[in-house]
Each structure stands twice: as C-alpha cells, then as structure tokens.
Design a protein around this ligand. Structure first.
Ligand code: INI
Length: 158
C-alpha cells in the first residue's frame, strides 16, 4: 500500500514563501504560481506569507529563521541561479541547495527547494511558466504534500 497524495489539501495550514529578488524576472513568476497553487488547494489568503531576500545565497538563513518561528507548516524557497561567466554560479547554487536541505532536516519542517539552476535565462523562463512547467507550482505541491505527510507522521519518541 502506498500512502501520500497527489492532490493534497491545504485548508487550515500556513505556508511561508521565501523568494530571492535576484533574477526577479524569473522568481516573480515562480512566486505567483506558488501562491496561486496554494490557494487552489484550499490555503486561505491570510495563511500565505511572502518574504523577500536579496539572492539565492540568502535563502537558507532566512528559511531557517522563518521555519524556527513555529508559525508555518512548510517553507517554500524560490530562486533562480543562472550560470554566468564566472564560478560564482557554482558557489551560490551549492551553498543554497545544501543550506535549504540542512534547514529542513535540522528543524524537522518541510523546507522546499524551489530554486532553478540553469545555464541561461531561456531555460529559466521555460521552467517559470513556459514549456517546461513552473517550478513555483511544483514547489507549492511538494509543500502541501509534505505538510500533509508530517501531520500523518508526527514526531515519535526516538
Ligand atoms: N543570486 C541568485 O539568486 N541568482 C544568481 O544567478 C546569482 N548570481 O549568478 O550571481 C545570485 N547572486 C547573488 C547571491 O545570491 C547573493 O545575494 C550575493 O552574493 C550576496 O550574498
């Protein structure tokens, strides 16, 4: 038997969306889709809070603080790291991915990695409502599903 829902409901649950301003021509589209998806699944307007940070590198610290507040059932991190001429991309992308994963594990809360890492702006736009879907929507669905899963599997004694 497999449990877990592809159509998770969000009534009564609260979500934070931490979104990087860097490459906001992409990240604004991710955030819009994430908010819309949460509402489509029953999350009330007052139960979604958007928090902006300068860039993807700042997502882990902000997500950790927001998750630690105890006010949310999941935190969704959104960003777009687009490869340039320098190795900066690799540092930002790697630190962001590791930091977001650590925040979720350390705090025992779903902290969703909705950060695009692409070679160019076209690939990013494709994944922000273009031909390849919208990472913001996918991230909201992951947050809803994980919030539901953790409600079903509360922390045990060990
Ligand atoms: N931040 C991003 O979110 N995406 C990028 O593509 C990016 N690049 O390529 O530089 C980026 N850099 C800024 C970084 O996230 C920090 O905000 C900055 O280094 C200050 O700590």
């Amino acid at each position: 038997m497999t449990t877990g829902s592809r159509e998770p409901r969000g009534e009564g649950r609260r979500f934070a969306i931490v979104v990087a301003r860097f490459n906001d021509f992409v990240t604004a589209r991710l955030a819009r889709a994430a908010v819309a998806t949460l509402h489509e699944h029953g999350v009330a307007e007052a139960d979604v809070e958007e928090i902006a940070v300068p860039g993807a590198f700042e997502l882990p610290l902000a997500a950790r603080r927001v998750a630690a507040s105890g006010r949310f059932h999941a935190v969704i991190c959104l960003g777009a790291v687009i490869r340039g001429e320098t190795p900066h991309f690799d540092f930002v992308a790697a630190e962001c991915a590791r930091g977001v994963a650590d925040a979720g594990r350390d705090l025992g809360l779903p902290v969703i990695f909705g950060v695009l890492t692409t070679d160019n702006p076209e690939q990013a736009m494709d994944r922000a409502g273009g031909a390849a879907g919208n990472k913001g929507r996918d991230s909201a669905l992951a947050a809803l599903e994980m919030a539901e899963l953790l409600a079903r599997w509360p922390e045990g004694a060990r």
